[in-house]
Design a protein around this ligand. Sequence first.
Ligand code: SAH
Ligand code: SF4
Length: 402
Amino acid sequence: MTLAAEAAPQGPAETSSVPPANTPSLVGLTRAGMAEALREIGTPEREIRMRVAQLWHWIYFQGAREFDVMLNVSKTMRQKLAEHFTLARPEVVEEQVSTDGTRKWLIRMPPVDRLDKGAEVECVYIPESDRGTLCVSSQVGCTLNCTFCHTGTQKLVRNLTTQEIVSQLIAAREMLGDFPGLTPPDNGLIPSGEGVRAVSNIVFMGMGEPLYNFENVRDAVEILSDGDGLSLSKRRITVSTSGVVPEIERLGAEAGAALAISLHAVRDDLRDKLVPLNKKYPIKQLLQACRDYPGASNARRITFEYVMLKGVNDSPAEARELVRLLKGIPAKINLIPFNPWPGAPYECSSWDTIEKFSDIVFNAGYASPVRTPRGRDILAACGQLKSETEKLRARARLAALD
Ligand code: SAH
Ligand code: SF4
């Protein structure tokens, strides 16, 4: 992928002069952000609404890479826009495709300031027959150190901006040929057909704790779900949290996204070890926040994620306790087979144990609870992100030196 300014012009070429390297991109901005950008270049107040609507359509609905294609915008305005802004999006620097169709992209963000080198995050696309799910990151790394998660062992941490979060979907849709005028890669694994979209669902289950980056995640949900642009239903946008209790209510009230809770244990002493944030916000408080979650109903259930760790949290008694704890909460349960990483202090429960656990949960009325690991061959499964790629790259560099 190249930046918009470097791409071959698709329309009249006069307005596509190459702007300086630190020119801001309009891709990934909220409506308010775009209005502000337009004000800064002296756009008259009476025009702003209309201009934002035009840009919104071209950027988020059409996936425009250049101002030149915006034929309903006057040439003078296009020229002015190109002088001050770009339509740059992040660069996909690596793509891996799993045998099961899962795709993992390493995405390099443009630097946010002079000191920033440009964050690299991983983004995973999981196609199924009737849906396509994009797993996005909200931070580079994570500060929370859950003991079973590889992302938590990374040192470098920063919040992604709203632009960086949204542009993961823009980059994904380009890779999948899912903007007008683009062609999907021809391998038959991308869901298609009447009313089926290549990316129909978004889960904030990549790197980072989304609720530690609340405002940017909230604004990203607003952009992703805007009906005039990317148009994803809020029901199909799920934010997963390890349990940042004070922000849960805000997520429901201000973003209206679906909620997923990384529960993983039914007792505080064990959850304190697996998800150290539990010491601050124990299970009882967390479940109360779920009971109070705005908009939760039987039609909009809260997902509880439970990673299956051999001999740690996988006994039948814990399955029964899980069901007891969740009584009264409109819930779905996702049992996640633990995805191992080098040096991990845990193993995945045996299939037999997972089945027994799952039967207890199933008999209590929760359907299809085991999440099949996807993309394990390309290290795209939960908890395997980024650090693995870094390791593989380091290995490749060492091999090159041999
Ligand atoms: N920080 C957020 C969202 C990102 S993690 C959260 O914790 O919810 C997304 C999901 O992957 C979480 O449920 C997390 O517990 C799970 N996960 C992390 N490492 C894993 C691993 N090694 N195997 C299986 N699931 C893992
Ligand atoms: Fe962070 Fe989530 Fe991993 Fe915990 S499981 S370390 S909160 S990314």
